[in-house]
Write a protein that binds this ligand. Structure first.
Ligand code: GLN
Length: 281
């Protein structure tokens, strides 16, 4: 009898083992449902909670930034890589969020669309906060100030901003498409007097070639353009003063709060100042 009970027990154990094995087997082998919809989904790698934490660290999530990399010293190419004040501040923000930064270069006037379509997480391009842009995207706290400056040829009759507004003046102005320089100049002088270019360098080439009488652009890129091209200077007087900030998709309060917090910390610990000092002497 004892033998029979022992045998029965052994049989039960074996069967339960099979049951457990079958359950595990089901779990691992069952293929994940692959529908057309989830095939195209970007895999999300959420940070594991402490309970779930395994020894294998998850790959850091990518934080995608849209910029226009022809805006020295904020973003420009060096040895095939996009560098500059914005690129470095963005990398420091991504590091604070435990993410890897990826920079996507595009036309300046495509950045807000890209942010709103969600093909990138944020835009950072020496972008000025304006009331119109605030209707389309949300802006972080400001991390820098900008000044709209006027570039002219050394022998230009334009000697100060007021000359552009003088009675009977009809100077041709070159700007970068979609920038505040473009918006303000079109408002002040009419679109018939403003020619748009896809970046500051093209606008400066048009100035050197005589198609426009001046270029209105942010002061730091203006300095870089004047340094790189003979026979040009910037006027002493500013055309406009502005604040630069990062933009996110309207309503993305979660990312905006993280970016704001990171900017505040990076300002407080001197990181942003050190980055600016590296590029602006
Ligand atoms: N600060 C200007 C703007 O926001 C120019 C920015 C740029 O050309 N990258 O319109």
């Amino acid at each position: 009898m004892k033998k029979l009970i022992a045998m029965l027990l052994a049989l039960m154990l074996v069967m339960s083992g099979i049951a457990v094995f079958t359950a595990c087997d089901n779990n691992t082998d069952e293929p994940a449902e692959t529908t057309e919809a989830n095939k195209n989904e970007t895999p999300t790698t959420e940070a594991p909670t402490t309970e779930e934490q395994t020894t294998e660290a998850p790959a850091p999530q990518v934080l995608k930034m849209a910029t226009n990399a022809y805006f020295q010293p904020y973003e420009f190419y060096q040895d095939g890589k996009i560098v500059g004040i914005d690129a470095e501040i963005a990398a420091a923000i991504a590091a604070k969020l435990g993410m890897t930064l990826e920079i996507v270069d595009m036309e300046f006037d495509s950045i807000i669309t890209a942010v709103n379509e969600g093909s990138v997480d944020f835009g950072m391009a020496g972008m000025t906060v304006t009331p119109d842009r605030q209707k389309e995207v949300d802006f972080s706290v400001s991390y820098a100030n900008g000044v709209q400056t006027i570039i002219v040829k050394n022998d230009s009759p334009i000697t100060c901003v007021d000359d552009l507004f003088a009675e009977g003046a009809a100077y041709k102005v070159g700007v970068q498409l979609g920038t505040t320089g473009d918006i303000y100049a079109t408002g002040d002088f009419g679109s018939e007097n403003v020619t748009t270019y896809s970046n500051g360098n093209e606008a400066v080439l048009a100035l050197l070639g005589g198609s426009v009488d001046c270029v209105i652009i942010d002061n730091e890129p203006a300095k870089a353009l004047v340094a790189a091209n003979e026979g040009l200077k910037t006027l002493e007087t500013a055309y406009a003063n502005e604040d630069y900030a990062i933009c996110v998709k309207k309503g993305n309060a979660e990312l905006l709060a993280k970016i704001d917090q990171a900017i505040k910390e990076l300002t407080a610990d001197g990181t942003i100042d050190a980055i600016v000092d590296k590029y602006i002497k």
